[in-house]
Design a protein around this ligand. Structure first.
Ligand code: MF3
Ligand code: CO
Length: 249
């Protein structure tokens, strides 16, 4: 499949999906606390989106059973929401894709529960920063390699692990379009970025150095091999004449 460029109008539709998604994340952040379950958050998301005339695109995607991915601690992504009570000191990544009138937006965020230790907190702030160093390279004339290289160089400095099998992607009326947006790479390599592309930048990092992961038998849940905590921050970004524009912020 080739890259599908979007018109200004189409980017406007995606921005509307992104606006709803951001509003949903804001509510989730307020709700998350010790004693809350990720299943409750997932149900809240379904209700919230329905009220906005939107739908959770992940539900039913390749058989994925929930509206959100909810990944606690060493689950680095694609965790199933469940009935376990969140505890102070946990971190949870909530990832979701919103469909509004056929146009999509995708954003994940890692939240601390209660009080987390300062090393973990620094890891979360740095993972977010790594995403933004990638986004800064999402300008017309650059390549996907420039985004990946910026992320990789930043993360290496901190000696965290990059989970390499998990990559960003083009997005539009489909969740996953071309190009792949790797969280690592060489400057100036890969697909060229042009105005009208909409992509996600979504590095998944582990606190441990290797970034090695394994899939559980459910076919979805991804855990760090070394048991270290994972984090992921993701925005949907349009490449425009005026530079990168966040559609999920
Ligand atoms: N939101 C995820 C992404 O960034 C998709 C997770 S897979 C799903 O690509 F099945 F849960 F949708
Ligand atoms: Co994504």
């Amino acid at each position: 499949m080739s890259v599908k460029l979007k018109t200004k109008e189409e980017i406007g539709y995606m921005r509307e999906a992104g606006r709803i998604l951001k509003a949903c994340h804001t509510e989730i952040e307020k709700k998350l606390a010790p004693g809350v379950t990720t299943k409750e958050i997932d149900e809240f998301v379904e209700t919230f989106l329905a009220k906005k005339g939107a739908t959770p695109e992940q539900k039913g995607y390749r058989g994925y059973p929930y509206a959100t991915c909810a990944s606690v601690n060493d689950i680095v992504c694609h965790g199933f929401p469940n009935e376990k009570l969140l505890q102070s000191g946990d971190v949870v990544t909530i990832d979701m894709v919103v469909n509004k009138d056929g146009w999509l937006a995708d954003s994940a965020w890692t939240y601390p529960i209660g009080k987390i230790d300062s090393k973990t907190n620094r890891f979360l702030r740095r993972t977010e920063k790594a995403m933004f160093t990638g986004i800064a390279e999402a300008v017309s004339g650059n390549t996907v390699g420039d985004i990946g290289n910026a992320i990789e160089r930043t993360v290496k400095m901190w000696r965290y692990g990059i989970v390499k099998p998990l990559v960003g992607h083009g997005i539009g009326q489909l969740m996953h379009e071309q190009p792949d947006v790797f969280p690592y790479g060489q400057k100036g390599t890969g697909i060229k970025l042009v105005e009208g592309m909409v992509i996600t930048v979504e590095p998944v990092l582990t606190m441990g150095r290797t970034g090695a992961v394994y899939w559980e038998d459910d076919g979805w849940t991804v855990r760090s091999a070394d048991g270290s905590i994972g984090a992921q921050y993701e925005h949907t970004v349009a490449i425009t004449r005026d530079g990168p524009v966040l559609l999920t912020s």
